[in-house]
Design a protein around this ligand. Structure first.
Ligand SMILES: [Zn+2]
Length: 250
């Protein structure tokens, strides 16, 4: 039934015994069932939560991200709850998720570092309303760009696309590009190079090329929808950073 070996699958099934392997139509693996967990934050006491989920783990995992769908009808299917238009849960920006996964590259790691924080924040919102607990959950283009601005410590969306472009080509060629930080020299001669070099280990060049094209296209769409008024990412970014600082301080 499992065509691939998924790192951490055994521990995952042990920790979440109501989840079970199902026949998968793809080469990856499919898990379905009740995802039950206990979570807390420094400011919220421990609580048990359960959501019916379907988790599709691609063959490339952990360098490729699982797709998660909530099947119990508890989470409203719109952006306020970070549900994508195809019904999958928006657990965060792809690069942020890959970064989290790189610290615990197993299915169990995915569950605890990517899935549980999202579901905990969602259950809190379902109970109490208001904004999501974790500011780091990026959704749609503005949230995604804000998250990347924060990851790369930049200020303008164009700089994000330049970084993704550089990460999508070989280091030697990327070093000759003008540095995205705006210093005026080539990337290879700026300290900024050290800041983004580590991201190369998270995914391959074609993945970054795909992200680059996708973000360029999303930005273009965003601008065509609101002609004359350039999209503003600063509010989303400062909101994100405030939420993260608050979480770190508690
Ligand atoms: Zn620079």
């Amino acid at each position: 039934m499992v065509a691939i070996s998924v790192p951490g699958l055994g521990s995952f099934l042990h920790d979440y015994p109501l989840m079970a392997l199902r026949p998968s139509r793809t080469r990856g693996c499919l898990l379905r069932g009740c995802f039950k967990f206990v979570a807390h934050t420094p400011t919220h006491e421990a609580r048990e939560e359960a959501f019916d989920l379907e988790i599709e783990v691609p063959p490339g995992f952990p360098k490729a991200l699982p797709r998660v769908t909530e099947t119990g009808g508890r989470i409203p299917r719109h952006g306020d709850y970070h549900v994508n238009s195809d019904g999958t849960l928006c657990l965060g920006s792809p690069l942020r998720l890959l970064l989290k996964l790189s610290n615990a590259p197993t299915l169990q790691g995915f569950a605890s570092s990517c899935l549980v924080p999202y579901l905990f924040a969602i259950s809190h919102k379902l109970r109490n309303g208001g904004p999501l607990l974790f500011g780091e959950l990026a959704h749609e283009t503005p949230g995604l760009i804000a998250d990347y601005l924060d990851l790369f410590q930049l200020r303008r969306p164009e700089q994000v696309t330049e970084v993704l472009r550089a990460l999508g080509i070989k280091k030697r060629r990327a070093n000759k590009l003008p540095c995205p930080c705006g210093c005026g020299v080539r990337l290879g001669r700026c300290k900024f190079n050290a800041r983004i070099r580590g991201f190369r280990t998270l995914a391959n060049r074609s993945w970054f090329r795909h992200q680059h094209h996708w973000i360029l296209e999303s930005l273009r769409l965003l601008r065509s929808r609101t002609p004359g008024s350039p999209p503003r990412f600063a509010p989303a970014l400062s909101q994100l950073q405030t939420a993260r600082r608050k979480l770190a301080a508690t």
